[in-house]
Design a protein. Structure first.
Length: 231
């Protein structure tokens, strides 16, 4: 069984979409850009914001950084308070801790914001470490966040890191973990879907939080080989 389980936050533990989308719309309006359709806005949920701003609007890194500053000025106030916790996740987290797993967060959300959300919902103390992106600095990609979490947990990261499992809802979780040979269980109540997760290489899918507990328990009987990039 895995010794350490890394959890994504947005779309896995917390439904942050209402606050994120509201602040995203305000940011786009303030920057004088054309408002994308709803499907495009939904695509911002999960990946690092600076990647999405450049992808959708074709802006350079400097402009993307300015847009992120606008967004955070809204989100770090009202936006965070609009997040909710997916039903069943606190119980699933507690069950996994009872089974002896060390739990940690690995999220593309800035560490400070992730910590405030988890503290607001009285979940922060369940995790040995909360690893997030940097407000300013090079730690932005999911793989960088995972490497940071592993280092803080005292785990030597390599292409075949053993004893670690990732739980997430987007391909970025799967692909970031795969860089260290870490398998991912994809969750279907978040912002990705089954096709995205399986195409990225997720080893299993959970349709409800309790299934995460069951899938992790099953690893003791059928260990997963190290993950790699699909195809």
């Amino acid at each position: 069984m895995p010794d350490v389980v890394l959890f994504d936050l947005d779309g896995t533990i917390a439904d942050s979409a209402p606050g994120m989308l509201a602040c995203l719309r305000r940011t786009i309006e303030e920057c004088g850009l054309e408002m994308p359709d709803d499907a495009t806005l939904q695509s911002f949920l999960g990946p690092p914001l600076y990647v999405s701003f450049q992808r959708v609007f074709g802006v350079d890194e400097s402009t993307a950084a300015s847009m992120i500053a606008h967004y955070r000025s809204h989100y770090h106030g009202d936006g965070e308070r609009l997040s909710t916790i997916f039903a069943g996740m606190p119980q699933a987290i507690d069950r996994m801790a009872e089974q002896g797993h060390q739990l940690a967060i690995a999220t593309s959300k800035p560490t400070e914001s992730a910590t405030r959300i988890l503290e607001h919902h009285e979940l922060a103390d369940r995790f040995a470490f909360i690893a997030g992106a940097e407000l300013t600095g090079p730690r932005q990609h999911k793989a960088d966040v995972i490497a940071h979490a592993l280092a803080e947990l005292g785990i030597a990261a390599s292409a075949r890191t053993e004893g670690v499992l990732m739980i997430g809802d987007r391909e970025h979780d799967v692909l970031g973990a795969a860089q260290f040979g870490i398998p991912t269980i994809g969750v279907l109540w978040g912002y990705g879907d089954a096709d995205e997760l399986t195409s990225a290489g997720a080893r299993a899918l959970a349709a409800r939080p309790q299934e995460i507990v069951e899938l992790v328990r099953a690893l003791s009987a059928h260990p997963m080989p190290p993950a790699g990039r699909p195809g």
